[in-house]
Write a protein that binds this ligand. Structure first.
Ligand code: PHE
Length: 361
């Protein structure tokens, strides 16, 4: 634009420019913008008046008005940025974050060591394809004994110091299950093989001292398929024990034994040092669980044809492996709800047993 602005436009431009530069905040700036460029604005009014001018004048004045309008719009935008930047700086200075605040208190609840061990067992056997199943704590004597090939007057029924309950179910005596092995029978009678299951849960025997509680926990394992062998049993249990105790070269020994429901039967020992109590060190052996190939008669009692299917079972005491893993020497406080003991031996619920983090010792 070469032409010089007429006096009225030059005055308007100067006056508006000064007011924009002096606008104290966004609200004042917006009022100015509306007064100049809004529908009733001064500049808008001048543009509207163009229509009353002769064509020759209209072109030149129109061009001048439009460039003045652009100039003012640009200075308004610039001033708006300045004001917003200043407002942000002020907010940042005022809303300072105090990162020296102490952390929030940790959650009050902790995971009981028994629950923790069950979580770890579930994670480890879960990774080997075992599903978790449960059964009732009130069983009948057929599922707890008879179906497991423990005959009526067999000493095992007394060995186990069974709690009998009054009354019968389906003509059978009611008992508090003395082991989780009735879970084998329930699994087999419930569905066709193959199975890979573990059965963690509470069990009961009339026994009470520093190493026995009338209520305790076991975990059963059962794997049935067409060609499951003793090799699978050994592989699964060795892998489990080494991972659970976080000792990759933990010595594991399989020792011939007897259970009415497995044939052959084996007790499983791990290496430890009797004097120091250290797992995986020294020359001593510690019995840790019972296992074997499921007896053909037990398969038949479960409705599974022993000519077609075979497999292994095992049962372990949860308190025992928990005490060994964490160096706990007395069984009784497990069930006394002493908060000091629980705080000492409990586990954070924020660190669950997840295999990719390793279970740790
Ligand atoms: N039920 C047995 C016990 O309580 C353990 C066991 C389970 C042994 C499965 C062999 C197979 O001692």
């Amino acid at each position: 634009m070469t032409s010089v602005l007429p006096a009225d436009l030059a005055a308007l431009g100067r006056e508006a420019g000064e007011a924009i530069a002096a606008a104290p905040d966004s609200a004042a700036l917006e009022t100015l913008r509306v007064g100049l460029l809004g529908r009733q604005g001064r500049l808008t009014g001048l543009l509207r008046d163009l229509g009353t001018l002769p064509a020759a004048e209209r072109r030149e004045r129109g061009a001048m008005l439009n460039s003045l309008k652009d100039e003012l719009a640009a200075s308004i935008a610039r001033r708006r940025e300045e004001l917003e930047g200043a407002a942000l700086d002020a907010a940042l200075a005022a809303e300072r974050l105090d990162i020296t605040l102490p952390p929030r208190p940790s959650p009050a609840g902790l995971i009981h060591p028994i629950s923790r061990t069950i979580e770890e067992i579930v994670a480890l056997f879960g990774a080997m394809g075992f599903a978790v199943v449960t059964g009732p704590e009130i069983e009948d004597d057929w599922r707890n004994f008879g179906a497991l090939n423990i005959p009526e007057h067999h000493p095992a029924r007394q060995d186990m110091d069974t709690f009998y309950l009054p009354g019968h179910r389906e003509g059978r005596r009611r008992v508090l299950r003395t082991h989780t092995s009735p879970g084998q029978i329930r699994t087999m009678r419930n569905a066709k093989p193959p199975y890979r299951v573990i059965v963690p849960g509470r069990t009961y025997r009339a026994d009470h001292d520093a190493t026995h509680s009338p209520m305790f926990h076991q975990c059963e394992g059962l794997a049935i398929d067409r060609a499951i062998t003793l090799g699978h049993l050994k592989g699964c249990l060795i892998d489990f024990l080494r991972a659970f105790f976080a000792k990759p070269s933990l010595p594991v020994r399989f020792r011939a034994s007897y259970f009415p429901f497995t044939e052959p039967s084996m007790e499983v020992d791990i290496g430890w040092d009797r004097r120091s109590g250290e797992i995986g060190a020294g020359k001593d052996w510690l019995e840790i669980l019972g296992s074997g190939m499921v007896h053909p008669r037990v398969l038949a009692n479960g409705g599974v044809d022993p000519r077609e299917w075979q497999g292994f079972a095992f049962g372990m005491g949860i308190e025992r492996i928990t005490m060994l893993k964490h160096g706990i020497t007395d069984l009784r406080p497990f069930f006394e709800s002493d908060l000091r003991w629980l705080r000492h031996y409990g586990f954070s619920p924020l660190q669950p047993a997840i295999l990719h983090e390793g279970l740790g010792a």
